[in-house]
Design a binder for this molecule. Sequence first.
Ligand code: FES
Length: 163
Amino acid sequence: MTKKPRYRLSRREFVNSVLVFLGSLMGGVIGLPVIGYVISPALKRQRSDEWVSLGPLESYPLDEPTPFTFTRTKVYGWERTTNSYVVYVLRRVGEQVIAMSNVCTHLGCRVKWREDLQQFACPCHDGFFDIEGNVISGPPPRPLDRYETKIEDGILFIHFVGG
Ligand code: FES
């Protein structure tokens, strides 16, 4: 029967091992929060969800889609992106209002109100929408997206959800 060799740590090896362990522990205690601080912006995703003021409802003409442009800045980590959005406001009699996105529901091109045709036209694949954003012809699969609206003290707001 063979005897297993016993490994014994010398005092120096033991002290070195303890120092390495304590050094690693301190490095972790100090380093992890620093690493977390440095990379956390990259892991956060900003989602905007807000009511955007479009000004006095009275300033929009009746029965005529009127564009309103606003910008929003998204922050992803260290990257800031500013996007421009266009809303078509269709004011009807009373306080009835429809706020539509100008993004075509086919492949995302920008539609434009054509006064001469009384239709929204998408230049990419000849998609056409009526004054309320319903599809008339072309490939768009659904009406233009609408924003939720509210009116407070005569000011029109849309519920904007981005990001
Ligand atoms: S993107 Fe508008 S019709 Fe294709």
